[in-house]
Design a protein around this ligand. Structure first.
Ligand code: XMP
Length: 317
């Protein structure tokens, strides 16, 4: 019978055997999978594990600092890397969604490679790959932010030459969460909505700039906070705000404004392959729209995306 505790016990002893006295590096994303993989490895091999958490400048508001603190609080040996400007530079003037993904993926590999060189004598690369990622090649899901799937440049980066260890590769998401819970990881990490590897980079339609990221982070923060406050966060599979590449006319006091439009996206789903838009009460939408327009300078219009997947996708890019 599969139980989280028996899985942990078996995996810990397998990991110890496999890795021995070697050193392991792991990239943390803030998501459930990489966090559970890290804590599991840490339980098995302690300080032989070094984690790298990269701030790509495309995370949610306050996310990097908050999540880094949680990781440290769990005793993980984690290096936080502020690489925001490198990502913004790599993304400069790129408008095509796939080209943005490639630029983000390549920059991530470069930084990860560079940082893991600073750790003496690493021989293993650990990844939070889970079973759906293993069969991902046949899915219509977006590519996940694993080191491999974003590796699309000539010449193998050095981290790619490492031996790979993927302790969660036979688990489904709900099992990963149960293992995480049994390992004592808090719900603030385990119950989070999925968030794409390229982050806000694919929720800013068109080219990405630091100013647009800040604007979107502020609107997204208001949305997320209100979902939590109204007890809606757990009912929704994934939610976010999209910054549209158009401006529209508005009026504030006696002034005519000409500002940004954001779209809200919230869906229910079981696996992300199909999804339906979430039927918010009108009162919630009204309150949220007011709050965003009043609080975020530069946004004068909010629309709600009522498309299901298929034929639409969850993300807009
Ligand atoms: P779509 O937009 O294809 O998204 O309906 C399905 C799920 O995949 C996520 N997604 C991504 N995740 N890298 C990721 O790690 C990506 O490039 C990517 N694109 C989409 C999306 O957030 C949703 O959960």
């Amino acid at each position: 019978d599969w139980t989280p505790d028996s899985f942990i016990e078996t995996t810990v002893s397998e990991l110890r055997q496999k890795v021995g006295k070697d050193k392991v590096v792991l990239g943390l994303s803030g998501g459930v999978d990489s966090s559970v993989a890290a804590v599991l490895l840490h339980k098995a091999i302690g300080s032989q594990l070094t984690c790298i958490f990269v701030d790509n400048g495309l995370l949610r508001k306050n996310e990097f600092v908050d999540v880094l603190e949680s990781y440290k609080g769990m005793g993980l040996n984690v290096i936080g890397v502020d690489a925001k400007q490198q990502f913004y530079t790599a993304l400069k003037s790129i408008e095509d969604p796939e080209a943005k993904r490639k630029a983000i993926g390549k920059t991530f590999i470069d930084i990860f490679d560079q940082e893991s060189h600073k750790i003496q004598g690493v021989n293993w690369l650990a990844q939070g790959t889970i079973y759906p990622d293993v069969i991902e090649s046949i899915s219509v899901n977006g590519p996940s932010m694993t080191i491999k799937s974003h590796h699309n440049v000539g010449g193998l980066p050095d981290t790619m030459k490492l031996k790979v260890v993927e302790p969660l590769r036979l688990l489904f998401k709900d099992e990963v969460r149960r293992v995480g819970r049994a390992l004592g990881i808090g719900d603030h990490l385990l119950s989070r909505h999925p968030f794409p590897g390229p982050g806000l980079g694919i929720r800013i339609l068109g080219d990405v700039t630091e100013e647009k990221v800040t604007l979107l982070q502020d609107a997204d923060y208001i949305f997320t906070q209100m979902l939590r406050k109204e007890g809606l966060y757990e009912k929704i599979w994934q939610a976010g705000v999209i910054l549209l590449p158009i401006r529209s006319v508005g009026v504030m006091g006696d002034e005519r404004t000409y500002e940004n439009v954001v779209a809200l996206r919230a869906v229910v789903s079981t696996d992300g392959m199909t999804a339906d838009w979430y039927h918010f009460p009108y009162e919630f939408l009204a309150k949220l729209s007011n709050e965003i327009i009043n609080k975020v300078k530069g946004i004068n219009r909010v629309v709600y995306d009522i498309s299901s997947k298929p034929p639409a996708t969850i993300e807009w890019e």
